[in-house]
Design a protein around this ligand. Structure first.
Ligand code: TYM
Length: 345
């Protein structure tokens, strides 16, 4: 991520649009994370100024084992590089290394209404899932996510469909702040893929695929071995008909067709034609093989990167320094607007 680039002398300087997104280091990414978000992150880095963070501050809203979280944070950082994100082209950093995120989050929480946060579906879902730990961080989670986005003046936020509500509240907070203090924040738009925005569980296809699912057969981890991937797809829950067709009520098959289409680029019509007259067994085998092959470079890159911890450290340290310099500009402006005495940096 860099300053806007100058084109010709006569034309105006062209500003590349700014992208920001994040992922929690709460386990190896699933195929849902990959197809819904990370694959787009890699594709966007040529045409946009991109910033990607490992959201470890968000991760502790659910109880984590400290040693495991540390290890997973490094592994997740390696994984985003393994998925094709180039730290020379994109700003890549670990959220807790850049203190401006927590600082802006506090300010934003003073411009967010209790009622707004109470309506967040993720808060309601996670409160039900962890009734013993409905902590305040879980409640104010959207303010931290808004801070991540607004600090970098992001224009676009590539996410899966489940994050749409968090993007909407980010915009509401930004509009409220801008109405009070002038144009401080760029209003971000969600960037949600047409196919793959909501990959479903293989075991319960009406439920989102999630890395925290207790049933290992419900999700594909992007580091699963090829034979494990094929086996999990063979076990995927479908229906009692035997027609590979995208139709209402065929949640399992619709999900498998979405996945197959995302990794091969084939349209639903092409898939229906190619598998006409064939059974679900053949289709599941084909989906499994296509996914295993698609993820092969990710697995190979990951193994190589994890052997070079010094390189990873160099990348995330450099990323954090740059992220701090960029985000501090927005934070300083915010602090000035709300009436804080100029900080010494
Ligand atoms: P997280 O870690 O739950 O997921 C990371 C990204 O993966 C997408 N995703 C999916 N897409 C399709 N199908 C699925 N089954 C699926 N499961 C997950 C998510 O939509 C997300 O884009 N709060 C965020 C992390 C975050 C963030 C940010 C995102 C922190 N700061 C700033 C954007 C901007 C989260 O928990 O994502």
């Amino acid at each position: 991520m860099s300053e806007p680039t100058q084109t010709t002398q006569a034309s105006k300087p062209e500003r590349k649009k700014i992208i920001l997104s994040g992922i929690q280091p709460t386990g190896v990414f699933t195929l849902g994370n990959y197809l819904g978000a990370i694959r787009n992150w890699a594709a966007m880095q040529e045409d946009y100024n991109c910033a990607y963070c490992i959201a470890n501050l968000h991760a502790i809203t659910v109880r984590q084992d400290a040693a495991k979280l540390r290890q997973q944070t490094i592994a997740c950082y390696a994984l985003i590089l393994a998925c094709g994100i180039d730290p020379k082209k994109s700003l890549t950093f670990i959220q807790s290394h850049v203190p401006t995120h927590a600082e802006l989050s506090w300010v934003l929480s003073c411009y967010t209404q209790f009622g707004e946060l109470s309506r967040m579906t993720q808060f309601k879902d996670k409160s039900l899932k962890h009734p013993e730990n409905v902590n305040v961080g879980l409640f104010t989670y959207p303010d931290l996510m808004a801070a991540d986005i607004l600090l970098y003046q992001a224009d676009l936020v590539p996410v899966g469909a489940d994050q749409k509500q968090h993007l909407e509240i980010t915009r509401d907070i930004a509009v409220r702040f801008n109405n009070l203090y002038g144009n401080v924040f760029t209003l971000p738009e969600p960037y949600i893929p047409k196919v793959g925005a909501r990959i479903m569980s293989l075991a319960e296809p009406t439920k989102k695929m999630s890395k925290s699912d207790e049933n290992q057969n419900a999700f594909i981890s992007i580091l699963d071995a090829p034979e494990v991937i094929v086996k999990k797809f063979k076990r995927a829950v479908t229906d009692s008909q035997a027609e590979v067709a995208y139709r209402e009520g065929k949640d399992g098959i619709n999900n498998l067709m979405t996945i197959y289409s995302s990794v091969t680029g084939d349209s639903f019509e092409t898939i229906e034609r190619d598998f006409a007259g064939k059974g679900y067994g053949d289709f599941k085998q084909a989906v499994g093989e296509a996914v295993a092959e698609h993820l092969r470079p990710v697995r190979e890159n990951f193994d190589r990167l994890m052997k070079d911890k010094a390189y990873l450290e160099e990348c995330y340290t450099e990323g954090a320094k740059k992220a701090l310099a960029i985000s501090a500009r927005t934070l300083d402006k915010v602090y000035h607007k709300v009436g804080f005495v100029k900080p010494i940096r």
